[in-house]
Write a protein that binds this ligand. Structure first.
Ligand code: HEM
Length: 485
């Protein structure tokens, strides 16, 4: 008898949890028409196992494709502990990304939310978000920064490539981080090579281990250790911000664009009520500098690594890329002229290789938001408080949008071109949250590819891309290089 009661209790708890996690919103939605169709999957886990399994195949988009064929372009599912409406429709994605009426707010897993401060650019909304985003994007996109940082990128890339030994395995995924991290730290707070940079590198590695983990916060847990690493970094950044504040105040240089050397300066130039006192507090700036390392550091090295992977598998594209870049190198060597950032960005095929890499790599596979109201989009009802995932991958890999979408074909961009506001190509997101690092990323990729293909030829070992929890190479992409004479 007791065991029957026990089983009943366990089953009721199980069903209750299912109802809370996946079922409650279904019920809210029943009365309404046009809530996207779909399946909530198994109790507690929903369709998470299917989702993760597809990420370990060469076609992670299969999870989405299967549901799209069953329920339509917008459907509901339950993954990673959340009910979510998934959109594979470029027009619905546009509405979610543009967020004109302020109906959507960012939605991240709990562990990520815990790691971000309350005033993080990744979390904030409305006027404050607009202000901080504009300051950061304005600085990162400025020609002054690009001119200055190109020299640093060039130097760092050359230094990294010079350390590669012929006939020794080189793990590209690790190597490119030696380029992107110093550049990012320079852009954020002007810290150059040395002890401070090493300290930040170590602590950041500890910090990001907590991005995807159980959201338990007490001594010994992963999240706790990550938060401690963040505290140590913030302490260091706080000192930099305070020192810089004094300089700004003393020089009263806030109108002088040239005085803005990094993101710290850009945020300090935010005008408060008085002329040079910033409305953004030291704490807020310091936290945001650390938090900007999250989208800045994981994405770009992945793009560089995967570009190299795609090129290794596409000899024709590699040879055309090499030809274009050798031509620039010859011009520069004969004219003994320094490279300008515009030289790198003016190579059309190189830009096409970058676009094609970003389309196929889908480093950010989807944008997660939460609805703050009942919203109707294109005949679908998105109920209040539901998670929405605007899938970028499914749009980039749909044969309605791209012919032979699984083929690496940089030439396709000669016809399409990269047009701002294009709903079919959104590797950097869109709307108010369009990645402020877009142009810097393209520049860094261009400089890396230029020096790589004009310095070495290489043979890549067999390796595969995996898509969970983040996009990366299974074996870190080992290659063996040979200098080009
Ligand atoms: C290939 C490289 C990169 C890709 C594919 C990428 C992609 C993205 C995407 C899709 C978003 C939008 C997220 C959303 O709407 O929720 C985003 C936002 C952001 N990215 Fe990037 N990113 C890259 C590089 C960078 C770099 C190098 C930086 C820093 C220098 C950076 C800084 C940011 C920041 C601060 C945001 C948040 C913007 C906001 O919410 O207002 N990203 N990125």
């Amino acid at each position: 008898m007791e065991w029957i009661v026990g089983v009943c209790v366990v089953m009721s708890m199980f069903l209750m949890s299912w109802w809370i996690l996946c079922g409650k919103n279904d019920e809210d939605a029943v009365a309404k028409v046009n809530v996207p169709k779909g399946n909530s999957g198994w109790p507690l886990i929903g369709e998470t196992l299917d989702f993760i399994a597809s990420c370990y195949t060469s076609t992670p988009v299969s999870f989405l494709e299967k549901r799209k064929s069953l329920y339509g372009e917008v459907f509901k599912t339950c993954i990673l502990g959340s009910n979510v409406i998934v959109s594979t429709d470029p027009e619905v994605n546009k509405v979610v990304l543009q967020n004109q009426a302020g109906n959507f707010v960012p939605a991240y897993p709990k562990s990520i939310r815990e790691l971000m401060g309350e005033q993080s650019i990744l979390k904030m909304n409305g006027t404050m978000h607009k202000k901080v985003h504009t300051l950061i994007a304005g600085f990162l996109r400025s020609p002054q920064l690009k001119a200055r940082i190109s020299t640093d990128i060039q130097h760092t890339v050359k230094q990294c490539l010079a350390s590669w030994k012929p006939h020794h395995p080189i793990y590209v995924q690790d190597q490119v981080k030696k380029i992107t991290f110093p550049v990012l730290i320079k852009v954020l707070m002007s810290v150059g090579p040395g002890e401070d940079l090493d300290f930040l590198h170590r602590e950041f590695a500890e910090f990001i281990k907590g991005l995807i983990c159980l959201p338990l916060k007490f001594p010994g847990t992963r999240l706790y250790k990550s938060l401690k690493a963040k505290d140590r970094m913030v302490k260091m950044v706080r000192k930099i911000v305070d020192e810089r504040k004094k300089i700004v105040k003393d020089s009263n240089a806030d109108d002088d664009g040239d005085a803005v050397n990094d993101v710290v300066d850009a945020l300090l130039r935010e005008k408060g009520d008085s002329n040079y006192s910033s409305r953004l507090s030291t704490e807020m700036i310091s936290q945001n500098i650390i938090e900007m390392m999250i989208p800045g550091e994981e994405t770009l090295p992945t793009a560089m690594t995967i570009a190299l992977k795609f090129l290794s598998d596409s000899p024709l594209a590699l040879s055309k890329l090499q030809e274009e870049n050798m031509e620039l190198k010859r011009l520069k060597t004969n004219g003994s002229d320094d490279y300008a950032w515009t030289d790198y960005m003016s190579l059309p095929f190189t830009q096409n290789v970058i676009s094609e890499t970003l389309r196929m790599a889908n480093i950010v596979n989807g944008i997660w938001r939460k609805s703050v109201n009942d919203i109707e989009v294109k005949g679908y009802l998105i109920p209040k408080h539901w998670n929405v995932m605007a899938s970028l991958t499914s749009v980039h890999m749909d044969d309605k949008n791209y012919e032979n979408p699984f083929e690496f074909n940089p030439w396709r961009w000669e016809k399409i071109g990269v047009v701002a506001g294009n709903n079919y190509f959104t590797p950097f997101g869109g709307g108010h949250r369009l990645c402020p690092g877009l142009e810097l990323s393209r520049l860094e990729l261009s400089i890396f590819l230029h020096h790589l293909v004009t310095t070495y030829s290489w043979v890549a070992e067999r390796d595969e891309i995996i898509y969970f929890p983040t996009v990366k190479m299974k074996r870190k992409l080992p290659i063996s290089v040979q200098p080009i004479h």
